[in-house]
Design a protein around this ligand. Structure first.
Ligand SMILES: *[C@@H]1O[C@H](CO)[C@@H](O)[C@H](O)[C@H]1NC(C)=O
Ligand SMILES: *[C@@H]1O[C@H](CO)[C@@H](O)[C@H](O)[C@H]1NC(C)=O
Ligand SMILES: *[C@@H]1O[C@H](CO)[C@@H](O)[C@H](O)[C@H]1NC(C)=O
Ligand SMILES: *[C@@H]1O[C@H](CO)[C@@H](O)[C@H](O)[C@H]1NC(C)=O
Ligand SMILES: *[C@@H]1O[C@H](CO)[C@@H](O)[C@H](O)[C@H]1NC(C)=O
Ligand SMILES: *[C@@H]1O[C@H](CO)[C@@H](O)[C@H](O)[C@H]1NC(C)=O
Ligand SMILES: *[C@@H]1O[C@H](CO)[C@@H](O)[C@H](O)[C@H]1NC(C)=O
Length: 764
C-alpha cells in the first residue's frame, strides 16, 4: 500500500516537474544541470523525468571529472549549444598504418548510429576527411534491399612531402567532402592502395574521419602525427518534436517551446527548434525559460544615450528635460534644444536703455533670491545633520560602499521638480518618487521623508541609519544610495525596483504569483531579514515587515524596503524599548503590549506575510465578517480546526503539495506565536522554507485525491494558545468606524484599549 502511494507521488512529482519550471535555471527544478564541467540544459537531462524523449545524457561518474555520453551509448559529449541546436561529440578515427612500424592496431571501419534519436550529423559544419598518401575513404549506408549504397567518399594521394599544400585538402595528402543533409548514421571504410613502403617516413598512416571544420584546418604536419588521435570532434544537430513541423506541433499538447519563444523548422535533424524572442534570453525549452533582458542594466551596453527604461521584451529611450532626439545610440541621440531670441531684432534705439535697466533690476532680484536660497539650504543641511554625516563618511573613506550626499538641485532635476507623474507611492512615512540621476542616468527611487522634527538625538539616529544601511549589501534588501540634506525634510535615494510591491501582486492581481514564486519570495524575504538580524556591526530590526514593503524586481526577486521605522540595536542588548510603531494587522502583540522590541517582532510580521501569501487575504479587512477580520487570528483558528484548505488561495491549493503547503502554514503559525521566545529565528525560517521548497516526493501529494483531510497534527497545536487568542479578541473602533480585532494577552487590563487606540492613531 505504502509503495503504491509512493509511486503515485513519484508520478505526480514527475508531472509537476514537467509543468513547473524554475525561472532562472536551465533545467527543470530538482534536476542536475551538469556532468563534470559540461552544462546540461533542458531538453537534455541525466535522469528520467529531467529530459524530453531521446535527450537522455548518461553521466558516468567513474571518470574524474565525470564524462557525459549520448543516450546510453559510448559517444562522448563535449558541449551542447542551445541556441544553435547543436552538440559536439567525439567519434573514432579510422586508421590504417604502415605495418612494420607497429604503430597501433588498425581500425579500417568505423560507424556511429543515431537513428531513433533526435540527432543528425551537421551537414554544414562537418566534412568527411581522409589523410594520407594512399587513402581511399568511403561513406556508405544500407539501402532498402540491404545493398550497400555509397553516400560520399574521397581519395588522398601523394608521393613526396614537398608536393603537399599546407592548409589545402584538395586531394594531395588530404581530401575533404561534404555529407548529405539528414544523415543519422555514418559507416566509414578506409582502404590503403599501397603498402606505404615509399611514403611511410613522412606519412605512416592513412586516416579517415568526419570532423567539425570549425575545429580543424589541415596542417602538413598532420600526415606525420594525426594517427595519435583516437577521436575527433563532430557536430550533431538536434531537434525536438519527433519529426513534427512547427505547424503540426503548435497544436500538440507536448509542444516544447515555452513562453516568449518562437519555433523554427529544423533544417537537418527531424523536428523543430525553439528560440527566445528578441528582447528575451534564457532556455526556450522551459515553460518560463525566456526571461526579459534588462537592456538598461549596464550603461556601457545600454542602447540609449541618456535615459533608458526597461520594459518587458523591449526598452524605451528618452532624453532629459531640455534635450530632444530619440535618445538611441543607434539613432539621433539627445541634443540640447536651442532656444532662440527673436526679441533682439525688434528692440532698437531708445528702448535699449530701458531694457537694460529692466534686465539689471531683474538680475539683482534674482541674485538676492538665489543667495537667500543658498543660505536656507546650508541651514537645512546643518539642521539635518549634514556635517555629522560628512564626518561619518570621512571616517569611513576607503570603504567602497558609502552613501553619497546628493545636492537638492540634483534630486530636483532627477524627479522633474517632484512632478506628480513621478510619484511611485506614498509610504508610511514619506512619498516615493521615481528619479533619474542627471549625471549617470541611473533610475532611482527618491523618498521624501517626514520623520525629522529637528531633535538632535533623532538627527544623529537618522544619520547613523543612512551610514549603516548604505553598507547593508544584500541581494534581497533595497540598496540605499545616499541622501540629500539641503531640504527641510531629508531625502533618501534608493535603488529603483521596477515591479511593484508584493501587496500589489497578491491583492490587485490575484493568482498572478505561482506557488513556486510565492515560496521563493518568502525565502528571499526571510533571508534578507535573517541577514539584517545578524548584521555584522549591529543587528537591525526592520519593525515594519509587510507585503507593501516587499518589492519585486524584473525577475520577481524580492527586495525588502522601507527602513524608515527600523532600528539599529546596540550590541549589548537583545531588545530595546521604543514607541510602539508598525502596521496594524502585522504588529506583534507582545511588542505592542510591552513596548519591548526584539528580533522576534519581525518574525511575527513575517508570519503574517506568509499567511497572506498562502491565503491571498489581506491582514485586516473590514469586508470580512468580524471573526475573520484579522488574518492572523482567522488563519490560526482555521489551522486549528484542520480547515486550512478552505482558505488557501486557489493557485496555492492546486500547485502546492498538501504536506508542502502544510509545512509552510505550520511555520507561519509558529512565527505568529504569542510569546516571542517561542517563535523560530529568521535563520530557522529560511532553513524551513528551503526544506519545503525541495520536498521529498510524498510532500507533493496534492490536496485533491486524498479525500477528507485528517488532522493528525492537531495534537501538536497549542490548543490553549489559539483558544486564548480567540477568546481574548478585543474589539476596537477606529475613528473611521472600521473595526479591527486584536489579540491581547494581558488579562482585564483597562489600559489595553487605550494602547490599541494609540496604535490606530499612529497608523494614520
Ligand atoms: C572540461 O574539462 C576538460 C578537461 O578537464 C577541458 O578540456 C574542457 O575544456 C573543459 N570544458 C569546459 C567547458 O570547461
Ligand atoms: C562508466 O565507465 C566505466 C569505464 O569505462 C564502465 O566500466 C562503466 O560501465 C560505465 N558506467 C556506466 C554507468 O555506464
Ligand atoms: C614496396 O612494396 C611493393 C609491393 O609490396 C614492392 O614491389 C616494392 O619493391 C617495395 N618497394 C620498396 C622500396 O621496398
Ligand atoms: C601550416 O600552416 C599553419 C598556419 O597557416 C602553420 O601554423 C604551420 O606551421 C604550417 N605547417 C607547416 C608544416 O608549414
Ligand atoms: C519524418 O517525416 C517525413 C514526412 O512526414 C517522413 O518522410 C520521414 O520519413 C520522417 N522521418 C522520421 C525519422 O520519422
Ligand atoms: C514549417 O514547415 C511547415 C511544413 O513544411 C510549414 O507549413 C510551416 O510554415 C513551417 N514553419 C516555419 C516556422 O517555418
Ligand atoms: C545632434 O547633433 C549632431 C551633431 O551635432 C547631429 O549630427 C545630429 O543630427 C543632431 N541630432 C538631432 C536630433 O538634431
Amino acid at each position: 500500500m505504502r509503495l503504491i502511494y509512493f509511486l503515485a507521488a513519484l508520478i505526480i512529482l514527475t508531472s509537476l516537474l514537467l509543468t513547473t519550471t524554475s525561472a532562472a535555471g536551465a533545467t527543470l527544478p530538482g534536476c542536475p544541470d551538469s556532468c563534470g564541467n559540461l552544462t546540461i540544459p533542458y531538453p537534455f537531462g541525466t535522469q528520467s523525468g529531467c529530459h524530453l524523449p531521446g535527450f537522455l545524457i548518461t553521466c558516468n561518474t567513474t571518470y574524474s571529472p565525470p564524462r557525459a555520453f549520448i543516450n546510453i551509448g559510448n559517444v562522448r559529449v563535449n558541449s551542447i549549444d542551445l541556441s544553435a541546436g547543436s552538440a559536439v561529440v567525439e567519434l573514432l578515427v579510422a586508421r590504417d598504418c604502415y605495418a612494420p612500424l607497429q604503430l597501433s592496431t588498425n581500425i579500417p571501419q568505423t560507424w556511429a548510429d543515431f537513428t531513433g534519436l533526435p540527432y543528425a550529423f551537421s551537414n554544414t559544419r562537418n566534412k568527411f576527411t581522409a589523410l594520407g598518401c594512399s587513402a581511399i575513404a568511403l561513406n556508405y549506408r544500407f539501402g532498402q534491399t540491404n545493398s550497400l549504397s555509397y553516400t560520399s567518399g574521397c581519395i588522398a594521394f601523394c608521393s613526396e612531402l614537398s608536393s603537399v599544400i599546407n592548409g589545402s585538402c584538395s586531394g594531395i595528402g588530404c581530401c575533404q567532402t561534404a555529407i548529405p543533409r539528414g544523415l543519422q548514421r555514418v559507416n566509414t571504410i578506409l582502404q590503403s592502395t599501397s603498402n606505404m613502403n615509399l611514403t611511410w617516413t613522412f606519412s605512416p598512416c592513412s586516416l579517415a574521419f568526419l570532423i567539425d571544420t570549425d575545429e580543424y584546418v589541415f596542417d602538413v604536419a598532420d600526415l606525420a602525427d594525426f594517427y595519435k588521435r583516437t577521436t575527433v570532434p563532430v557536430v550533431l544537430d538536434w531537434a525536438v518534436g519527433n519529426n513534427q513541423t512547427c505547424l503540426s506541433a503548435a497544436t500538440s499538447p507536448d509542444y516544447a517551446c515555452g513562453d516568449n519563444s518562437y519555433c523554427s523548422n529544423s533544417t537537418n535533424a527531424a523536428g523543430y527548434s525553439c528560440s527566445c524572442q528578441t528582447g528575451f534570453q534564457g532556455n526556450p525549452y522551459l515553460s518560463n525559460g525566456c526571461q526579459d533582458i534588462n537592456e538598461c542594466e549596464d550603461p556601457e551596453t545600454s542602447p540609449c544615450t541618456n535615459i533608458c527604461e526597461n520594459t518587458i521584451g523591449s526598452y524605451a529611450c528618452s532624453c532629459p528635460h531640455g534635450y530632444s532626439g530619440d535618445g538611441k545610440k543607434s539613432g539621433k541621440g539627445c541634443n540640447k534644444t536651442t532656444t532662440k531670441f527673436p526679441l533682439v531684432q525688434t528692440v532698437a534705439g531708445g528702448g535699449l536703455g530701458f531694457l537694460f535697466l529692466l534686465l539689471g533690476g531683474f538680475s539683482l532680484y534674482w541674485f538676492l533670491k538665489k543667495r537667500r536660497m543658498l543660505r536656507l539650504r546650508e541651514k537645512f543641511f546643518n539642521q539635518n545633520g549634514g556635517s555629522l554625516l560628512k564626518q561619518q563618511l570621512a571616517a569611513r573613506e576607503g570603504l567602497a560602499e558609502t552613501a553619497r550626499v546628493f545636492t537638492a538641485a540634483e534630486l530636483k532635476r532627477a524627479t522633474d521638480n517632484y512632478s506628480d507623474s513621478r510619484i511611485l507611492g506614498h509610504g508610511g512615512n514619506g512619498t516615493v518618487f521615481k528619479g533619474i540621476l542627471p549625471d549617470t542616468n541611473r533610475v532611482v527611487a527618491i523618498k521624501k521623508s517626514n520623520l525629522v522634527d529637528g531633535a538632535a538625538a533623532q538627527v544623529e539616529e537618522f544619520i547613523n541609519e543612512v551610514v549603516l544601511l548604505s553598507q547593508v549589501i544584500h541581494k534581497h534588501v533595497v540598496r540605499i544610495l545616499g541622501c540629500c540634506l539641503e531640504t527641510p525634510v531629508p531625502l533618501l535615494v534608493y535603488e529603483y525596483v521596477p515591479n511593484g510591491t508584493l501587496h500589489h501582486h497578491l491583492h490587485r492581481r490575484p493568482g498572478s504569483l505561482s506557488w513556486e514564486a510565492r515560496l521563493r519570495i518568502a525565502v528571499e524575504t526571510a533571508a534578507a531579514l535573517a541577514y539584517l538580524h545578524s548584521a555584522i556591526a549591529r543587528p537591525i530590526f526592520h519593525r515594519d515587515v509587510k507585503a507593501t514593503n516587499i518589492l519585486l524586481d524584473e525577475q520577481y526577486m524580492a527586495k525588502v524596503a522601507d527602513f524608515g521605522a527600523s532600528r539599529l540595536i546596540p550590541m549589548d542588548r537583545a531588545y530595546i524599548t521604543t514607541l510602539v510603531q508598525g502596521t496594524l494587522g502585522y504588529l506583534d502583540p507582545e511588542y505592542f503590549l510591552s513596548g519591548q522590541l526584539t528580533e522576534k517582532s519581525d518574525v511575527y510580521s513575517f508570519g503574517v506575510v506568509l499567511a497572506e501569501m498562502l491565503t491571498g487575504l489581506t491582514p485586516l479587512s473590514g469586508e470580512r465578517p468580524p471573526e475573520e477580520k484579522n488574518l492572523a487570528i482567522f488563519f490560526l483558528l482555521k489551522m486549528k480546526d484542520g480547515k486550512l484548505q478552505e482558505i488557501l488561495e486557489p493557485r496555492v491549493r492546486t500547485e502546492g503539495g498538501r504536506l508542502q503547503v502544510e509545512a509552510v502554514a505550520d511555520l507561519a503559525r509558529r512565527c505568529m506565536r504569542l510569546k516571542g521566545e517561542e517563535r523560530p529565528s529568521m535563520r530557522e525560517v529560511v532553513a524551513e522554507i528551503e526544506r519545503a521548497r525541495r520536498p521529498p516526493a510524498a510532500m507533493l501529494d496534492p490536496w485533491e485525491g486524498r479525500g477528507e483531510v485528517e488532522d493528525e497534527e492537531s495534537e501538536n497545536f497549542e490548543d490553549s494558545e489559539t483558544r486564548f487568542l480567540s477568546s481574548r479578541m478585543t474589539r476596537v473602533l477606529s475613528e473611521e468606524g472600521t473595526t479591527a480585532y486584536f489579540a491581547a494577552s494581558a488579562t482585564g487590563d483597562e489600559s489595553l484599549d487605550q494602547h490599541i487606540m494609540l496604535s490606530l492613531e499612529m497608523q494614520r
